[in-house]
Structures are given as C-alpha cells and as structure tokens.
Design a protein around this ligand. Structure first.
Ligand code: SF4
Length: 360
C-alpha cells in the first residue's frame, strides 16, 4: 500500500486504536462501544460489532454509514457480476419482480454511482447498470454512461431496462450521441401478445413502448438483448414469442431465455407464477432451436443442466451472480457441476423436483 490513508482498516479484533492511524475508516468485529461513546470528535467513521468481515477483501469498494452501521459492498474486483444501482423506482410493476420498486433515494444512488465509476479499476471486464428502471433518471443515466465511456473505456456495460423510455426518439438520440463503444441494452419481452405482456408487467402501454423502443434503438445501431423470464403465465407461448422476435426484431444481438428467481414479488405471486421448470423444457427447446437454426444468438440463463435436455446444454450459461449461486447436496456427486450455473440461493428452497446428479 503506497497511500494507507485511502484505505479502510478491516479486522476481526481491534485492541489498539493507534493501529488505524492513517486510515479513512474502520470496520471490525470488535465491540468498540466505549471508545465510540468517549470520542465524539473522532475523525474517521467506525463500524464495529459487525457479524462478519471475512467476505471483504483487498480492493473491494464499500460504502459505510457509521450512524446506522450499514456496510454495503459496492464493487468486488474478483467478481464478474458488479453493478451500478441507480434507482428503486420503476414504471413497470412486474408480477415476478425480484426487487419490488420503491419511490425514493435517487439522488443518493446516482451520486454514489457517479463516484464509484471513478474508483473502479480500468481493467474491469463487465459492469451492469440496474435498478429499478435506470432510464427513469433521464439525463442522470446518460451522465453515468458518459462517465463510463471516459473512465472505463474498455469495460462492457449492460443496462438492464424495460426499454419503455426508448419509445422517445429524442432520448435514444441523446444516448446514441454518447457513442459508447461497448454498450448493451437488455430489454424484457414476456409474450408476443401485447395484452399478456402488459398483464405480466402490470402496465397498459408497456408492450408498445418497449417494442417501439427496441426499434428506435435498432435505428441508431445500439446493441440490444431481449430477455424472457419463463413462468406459468407465459411458457406455453414461448415458441410463438421466439418466432415474433425472429420475424420482427432480427437486428438484435442476443436473446436470453431464463428461469425465474423466486424472491420479491415472484415469491408473493408464486401461486400464479410457479411451474416446475422441467415441465416447460419442451417449449424451451423448441424456442431455442427455432432461433439458433435461423442464426440468432440465443442463451439459456438461470437453469441447471440436469433439468435441461442435453441437446440444449450448449446454450446454457453460468448467469446467476456469484454471490447468489448455490449448489445442493445432490450436486456434490454431479459430473457436470463445473459446467452448471447452479441455483439461486435467493429462491428460498423453491427448486425443481428434478434436480439430480448427472452421472455419465
Ligand atoms: S445436480 Fe447440481 S450441479 Fe448437477 S446439473 Fe443439477 S444443479 Fe447442476
């Protein structure tokens, strides 16, 4: 460390406060109640009595709030799943949203994201921009993209968006004028039937705005991924949706068809949404093969290999964020575990009944 004053002091036990001279903050498992009470004028924030510090490693970027004791890890250099979180607001209200929208704190998130972009190492391969719906920040999102272009010129940026704001051509023009060289817009479509998509996202104009948004982005040569989350309300029409995409949106770069994370609204609405993933494998294979044989780039996300027919294993990706991925006891015997993306730890034990070790 050349300049200790830039770093946090993170430790299990802290016996001597002199050890932290030159640091900007302290996170420790030690109980420092007495010290904090007797030193109102201390110059650095201290978060003490925390349960775990083992997950923090060198070069992690964290935000600490010494009043609430909240420590948030904002960036982990060892992970390929880092994201800039811009807002908790959304103009959709999807039945299966894993992170239900809330109306507050945009300025705090935007300020933190802009600051974070300047701290992330330039050799970072991938960053997502997410929310909520990041386009609701309007120019704020464009500022983040511009900053990414300047400060992280080689980093791939994927924006997770419902795409509705791109219905407005002036916004697409302003986005395209940034000329970010490695930008992907990942936009969900849940059905080829507008009313069914709108029912799933619980918003009346959504299908029309998202599809026209995709056209506007395409007209400006932006890279676009279409994302499809499968559940009981839409799996039957998956082959039709794939045909709709092939016939109407052939200019997009990638289609990702994915299993549902059973958390947030998805857990609350599970009675309507749950289908045993094994039971939609017929539609999944038909949709994937329809797109692949016509030259479209297609992937399967969030689905363990053992519930997929082997011919489509080659489309399955390790897509679940590393910190959310788990394997079950059964997986320890599995011979394809190293190729399998595992399961959502956040799905609270709601997994396919067909998980089984693959023994070749
Ligand atoms: S048994 Fe586990 S590791 Fe093997 S394919 Fe199934 S989920 Fe993946």
């Amino acid at each position: 460390m050349d300049d200790r004053s830039k770093y946090l002091y993170v430790c299990d036990t802290l016996a001597d406060m002199n050890d932290v001279d030159g640091f900007l903050g302290v996170i420790t498992r030690s109980c420092l109640d007495e010290y904090v009470r007797d030193n109102d004028a201390r110059t650095i924030p201290i978060v003490h009595s925390v349960g775990h510090v083992d997950h923090l490693v060198d070069d992690d970027i964290v935000a600490i709030n010494s009043r609430s004791g909240m420590v948030r890890t904002l960036f982990r250099p060892q992970s390929n799943n880092n994201a800039l979180f811009l807002t908790e607001r959304c103009n959709n209200n999807c039945l299966m949203c894993s992170q239900p929208p809330r109306n507050d704190r945009d300025e705090e998130f935007l300020g933190m994201a802009l600051r974070l972009v300047g701290m992330i190492p330039q050799d970072t391969a991938n960053i997502a921009i997410t929310g909520g719906e990041p386009t609701l920040l309007g120019n704020g999102l464009l500022d983040v993209i511009s900053d990414c272009k300047t400060q992280l010129p080689n980093t791939n940026i994927t924006i997770l968006t419902n795409g509705r704001m791109f219905y407005y051509r002036s916004y697409v023009k302003r986005l395209s004028d940034i000329e970010h060289p490695h930008l992907m817009l990942a936009i969900p479509l849940y059905s080829d039937v507008p009313e069914q998509h709108n029912q799933i996202v619980r918003s009346e104009e959504a299908f029309q705005q998202s599809v026209l948004g995709i056209y506007n982005l395409g007209a400006h040569n932006q890279d676009i991924e279409v994302r499809i989350v499968l559940h009981a309300l839409n799996f039957k029409r998956l082959p039709h949706l794939c045909e709709f995409i092939y016939r109407n949106l052939p200019f997009i770069s990638h289609v990702a068809i994915m299993g549902m994370e059973v958390t947030g609204y998805a857990r609350k609405n599970l009675g309507q949404l749950w289908i045993e993933p094994y039971d939609y494998s017929g539609q999944l294979v038909e949709g994937v093969e329809f797109l692949a044989t016509r030259g479209m780039n297609v992937s399967i996300y969030n689905t363990p290999l053992c519930i997929l027919p082997e011919p489509v294993w080659k489309y399955a990706r390790q897509s679940i964020s590393d910190w959310k991925t788990i394997y079950l006891e059964e997986c320890s015997k599995c011979q394809v575990k190293d190729k399998c993306g595992g399961l959502f730890q956040t799905s609270g034990q709601k997994y396919s009944q067909h998980i089984h070790a693959v023994l070749s």
